[in-house]
Write a protein of this length. Structure first.
Length: 114
């Protein structure tokens, strides 16, 4: 191979790599959207299950009982979603937490006095 062929080969590889990076970025953005939509659907599903339980169980006292950790059932569900890596606070509700970093707003919603 002469120098020109080597240079053209590197340019071709660089173009292919850039196209692959663009595709990866598109896939990453699509995955983020899907994860956010999934979190919203999980929350909506939990809410609908709670509504269904209200009609199936006439006793309101049973629905208001706390779990073994002192959290209500709805806060326990929020804790579960937070544990899966999603925000449950008013600021970023349903958004994926980057690197599972803790969020003071979410923790206040789950464990705070209200």
């Amino acid at each position: 191979m002469n120098k020109r062929e080597i240079y053209e080969s590197f340019n071709g590889i660089q173009d292919q790599t850039q196209k692959m990076l663009d595709q990866i970025k598109e896939l990453q953005n699509g995955m983020a959207e899907i994860l956010e939509e999934n979190a919203e659907l999980v929350i909506e599903n939990d809410h609908l299950r709670e509504q269904l339980e209200k009609y199936e169980r006439p006793s309101k006292k049973e629905a208001q009982k706390s779990t073994k950790h002192g959290l209500s059932k709805s806060r326990k569900n929020l804790e579960k979603l937070y544990g899966r890596g999603y925000h449950v606070c008013n600021e970023w509700f349903g958004k994926h937490r980057e690197n599972d970093e803790p969020c003071a707003f979410c923790l206040d919603v789950i464990y705070g006095d209200r």
